[in-house]
Design a binder for this molecule. Structure first.
Ligand code: UP5
Ligand code: MG
Length: 177
């Protein structure tokens, strides 16, 4: 069993740049799943029992960017595939933050939910975890970036096993600790 991180290519450009046209060509020639955020939003808008149809309609007509929670939910429907062209997303900071929260947050949330079975912590539940993650991205990440600019940050991929992570911690501490 090989676990595969999804590979994502964001296809970005102004309205009418040809994102959709080129994506259609790409899928004819390469094995990618094409997701157009705009197409998905338009589909959702025309679904009769859609809760967000009206909101999407207003945003699209005004050329405004739909709140990321809605867009992400639509993009997530094909989660079992693994090579994606995502066309027309992310469009702003909020979109990118939402995307990062979903992608990077998945492992963190799963770990804390697992711990939540016995930790007794009031914040080890999905709702709190999603809020904790957002706060992390909004408030804490900039601090790490600030230290990064000063050359004070060492980055480790913590999505692996405890032993694998610690091996990297060791390498860093042995070299400069
Ligand atoms: N055409 C294409 N390539 C050509 C070329 N090289 N030479 C000559 N003609 C060319 O192309 C546009 C037209 O140009 C077509 O007729 C094509 O034949 C021709 P197309 O491939 O459709 O361009 P595309 O970049 O896909 O244009 P699109 O209109 O889809 O871009 P938008 O970014 O405006 O639209 P999108 O559907 O992505 O978003 C619509 C709205 O949804 C947004 O304004 C926003 O309100 C909302 N939205 C969000 O809120 N969040 C999201 O994440 C995404 C969308
Ligand atoms: Mg398009």
């Amino acid at each position: 069993f090989v676990s595969m991180k999804p590979q994502v290519v964001f296809v970005l450009g102004g309205p009418g740049a040809g994102k959709g046209t080129q994506c259609a060509r790409i899928v004819e020639n390469y094995s990618y799943t094409h997701l157009s955020a705009g197409d998905l939003l338009r589909q959702e808008r025309s679904r009769k029992d859609s809760e967000s149809g009206q909101l999407i309609d207003t945003y699209i007509k005004e050329g405004k960017i739909v709140p990321v929670e809605i867009t992400i939910n639509l993009l997530r429907k094909d989660e079992d595939k693994f090579r994606f062209l995502i066309d027309g997303f992310p469009r702003n900071q909020d979109n990118l933050q939402g995307w990062t929260a979903v992608m990077e947050g998945k492992v963190c949330i799963d770990r804390c939910l697992e711990r939540g079975k016995s930790s007794g912590r009031s914040d080890d539940n999905r709702e709190s975890l999603e809020k904790r993650l957002r706060t992390y991205l909004q408030s804490t990440r900039p601090i790490i970036e600030l230290y990064g600019e000063q050359g004070k940050v060492r980055t480790i991929d913590a999505s692996r096993t405890v032993d694998e992570v610690f091996a990297d911690v060791r390498t860093i501490l042995d070299k400069e600790g």
